[in-house]
Write a protein that binds this ligand. Structure first.
Ligand code: NAP
Length: 482
């Protein structure tokens, strides 16, 4: 088996491509500061070439049978899994994610390719009972065309496959702009896609140090028919506005402010395990990471102590070391934000049970932290922390918990722990969130619809619904049949 190389050029129209500007930018390991590569710094012109290539490729790719596309996607899945360890290492080096989690992300990311290789064959239409006897009424589904994906650094592989696998399965072609910090995994994915037999132009990767120019093309070019973005809510709003001028179909997977409610009747051990998994995964840098722990009065102190005990024992370090549970944050801006939010809380009366900055290991490390005595007047109640800090809010009644949980413009993931069956249904139905974990802290899977409500986004990824984002429904009325 040949190994996956570090690629530095963009991948456009089936070729490794030097950008028109000849410029490159550095990719830096956040754990060590080491320069890993100098990657193509593409311009709007390069993005335009990629969109045009994807447009040329769309006709032949969409005309392949679903089974033919499925076979190629399945091969892509097999190659990703064959290279799991190499891809995970590359991912850890570019984004700092602990290696065991990177191994997991490769499996998770690959699962969308496998799932949609299967779904490709199930894009069914409808034959509808007609209102008049002389006609037949049908609805068929057709691939929408060139789709673009703008993705974040925190899941360098899975956020690409969650968009591009359904796109390619449906018969669309794709142009990806990976995050500035994490292009290497995306380029490796392109290499494996080519080996799997994706024809030229079907899957393109345009890397750039400044998302804006390339992003403008990917959201505004008339040949682009679908925009899919995962990232922060402010950027998502901007991209939606850009896509509005040409009325492009858009999917937005944006930021969250996940509540994790622990009721007095919860199984505390299960709640602690769920809390650790959900809060500290990827060092607190996922969109579905818990942002606010809402803990009922009767067990608040017990929960806080048990959580702090577990958190204080977590191993912090370079993600490449097997024992590491918490890696670095992605950059200095992330450290600054976490520090500001913790300072804001402590200056208004919050207590640090465990944690704080760890500059002795490296400038981008922040120890997993637990804060108590936190109130809804502090910034951590409203802002996405995106770091390893668990603020514990206190509540008295079920109504209070629901009100506090919903008191945010975001609505991505929520979690709650209780053993009362009536409460399970009441709370699950009252939470204004796209996804709810009930006595469970890890909920992402390719088989379930992932997505948010309110300002957390539009559309769903994964599951049987994910492919709908890449097709248009066309109504056919066949008349004159008397
Ligand atoms: P981000 O700053 O919004 O960036 C996401 C992507 O958008 C990157 O590729 C970025 O490129 C690009 N971008 C930024 N400004 C742009 C512009 N003006 N035009 C076009 N593209 C632009 O988010 P991030 O810091 O990478 O990721 C963290 C955020 O993503 C958090 O809010 C998290 O909750 C959210 N997220 C959501 C989900 C979900 O499924 N809902 C999943 C993961 C993450 P550059 O890297 O070059 O700036």
């Amino acid at each position: 088996m040949s190994s996956v190389q570090i690629r530095e050029q963009a991948y456009i129209d089936g070729a490794w491509t030097t950008p028109s500007t000849q410029k490159t930018y550095q990719i830096v390991n956040p754990a060590t500061g080491e320069v890993l590569a100098n990657v193509a710094d593409c311009s709007a012109d390069d993005a335009t070439l990629a969109v045009e290539a994807a447009h040329r490729a769309f006709g032949p790719w969409s005309k392949k049978t679903a089974k033919e596309r499925s076979v190629i996607l399945k091969k892509w899945f097999d190659l990703i899994m064959e290279h799991q360890a190499e891809l995970a290492r590359m991912m850890t080096m570019e984004c700092g994610k602990p290696i065991n989690e990177s191994m997991g992300e490769v499996v998770y990311g690959a699962s969308f390719v496998e799932w949609f290789a299967e779904e490709a064959k199930r894009v069914y239409g409808d034959i509808i009972p007609p209102p008049k006897g002389d006609r037949k009424v049908m609805a068929i589904k057709q691939p929408i065309g060139v789709s673009t994906a703008i993705t974040p650094w925190n899941f360098p592989l899975a956020m690409i496959t969650r968009k591009c696998a359904p796109a390619l399965a449906a018969g669309c072609t794709a142009v990806v702009k990976p995050a500035e910090a994490t292009p290497l995994t995306a380029l490796a994915l392109a290499e494996l896609g080519a080996k799997a037999g994706l024809p030229k132009g079907v899957f393109n990767v345009v890397t750039a140090s400044h998302g804006k120019d390339v992003g403008a093309v990917l959201t505004q070019h008339p040949l682009v028919k679908k925009v899919s973005f995962t990232g922060s809510t402010p950027v998502g709003k901007q991209l939606l506005k850009q896509a509005a001028d040409t009325v492009k179909k858009s999917s937005m997977e944006l930021g969250g402010n996940a509540p994790f409610i622990v009721f007095d009747d919860a199984d505390i051990d299960a709640a602690i395990s769920g809390a650790i998994a959900s809060k500290y995964r990827n060092t607190g840098q996922t969109c579905v990471c818990v942002n606010r722990f809402l803990v009922q009065d009767g067990i608040y102190d017990q929960f806080a102590k048990a959580l702090a005990d577990r958190v204080s024992k977590m191993t912090i370090g370079n993600g490449l070391e097997e024992s590491t549970e918490q890696g670095p944050l992605i950059n200095q801006a992330a450290i600054n934000k976490v520090t500001e939010l913790v300072d804001d809380a402590t200056s208004s009366g919050a207590n640090v049970l465990t944690g704080g900055p760890r500059s002795d290991i490296g400038s981008l490390f922040y120890a997993p932290t637990v804060l108590t005595n936190v109130t809804d007047k502090m910034r951590v109640f409203n802002e996405e922390i995106f770091g390893p800090v668990a603020p514990l809010f206190r509540f008295k009644t079920e109504e209070d918990a629901i009100r506090m949980a919903n008191d945010t413009p975001f609505g991505l993931a929520a979690y709650f722990y209780t053993q009362d069956m009536g409460r399970i249904w009441r709370v699950a139905e009252s939470l204004e969130y796209g996804m709810v974990g009930i006595n469970e802290g890890i909920i992402s899977t390719e088989v379930a619809p992932f997505g948010g409500v309110k300002e957390s986004g539009l559309g769903r990824e994964g599951s049987k619904y994910g492919i709908d984002e890449y097709v248009e429904i066309k109504y056919l009325c066949l008349g004159g049949l008397d």
